[in-house]
Design a protein around this ligand. Sequence first.
Ligand code: SAM
Length: 272
Amino acid sequence: MSDLPPLREVIRIHGLSASKALGQNFLFDEQLLDRIAAVPGDLNGAEVFEVGPGPGGLTRALLRAGARVTAVERDRRCIPALGELADAYPGKLTVIEGDALEIDVPALFTGKPHIVANLPYNVGTALLVRWLSAQWMPWWQSLTLMFQREVADRIVAPAGSDAYGRLAVLAQWRSSAKIAMPVHRSAFTPPPKVMSAVVHILPQTAPEGVRFDRLEALTAAAFGQRRKMLRQSLKSVPGAIAAMETAGIDSSRRAETVSVAEYVALAKLLSD
Ligand code: SAM
């Protein structure tokens, strides 16, 4: 490990000028990276999936924590630098060149990995939605993911807040979702325009008898017209008006006042 050059040197040696198109904002601060790698808990001997290792700053922190890391990186220029890191940690790092949106990631693992990533912002939400829509209990153990602060706020938003919407319900109906730490824009090279935050998500037992497609249809309709009363916005969902009556949910309420538990109760009635 001590033989590894500093990350800024890796960037220089391998000519890794940050590409905007690939959402590249790198982290170099080892203390910060160690704190991010500590969010999932003890990683000694654990399997970790990392999306977008780039020059390998977060990857190094995960390896320092004792994890076995499988990383998918789209930028071919980063592969030699990551190869040097793999040489420094024999048998601990597997690097796959490819697009995390295209690869069959669950097939890479026999056990349940933690997913840890400083995500490229342009694919972050798509990956999160995919991981949260997986068959439950999911193939992953936990998610520790960097997002723009505004997206992080939407993931953990409580009912009644402006940020509350489909993403909050998706992230909270069968998982716990918390902001683990805010990250200042100046921590990145180059600094993005906005602040960031690391979100920590742990899967929980799913409520029984709730079909995911029913919950999705409800939240799509409700938040698709979030300023309208539910009796209007849920008109297009078969059975929803009757379900509100059965569940004792006042149909003059608006989408953002309905708690995650209430959406789940409605979805359950529609799943029978
Ligand atoms: N992990 C590094 C760090 O913390 O310094 C780099 C983070 S940077 C925000 C995002 C990384 O994801 C870049 O290295 C980028 O090339 C990579 N990337 C972008 N889109 C990707 C995709 N679809 N699949 C895999 N990697 C991707």
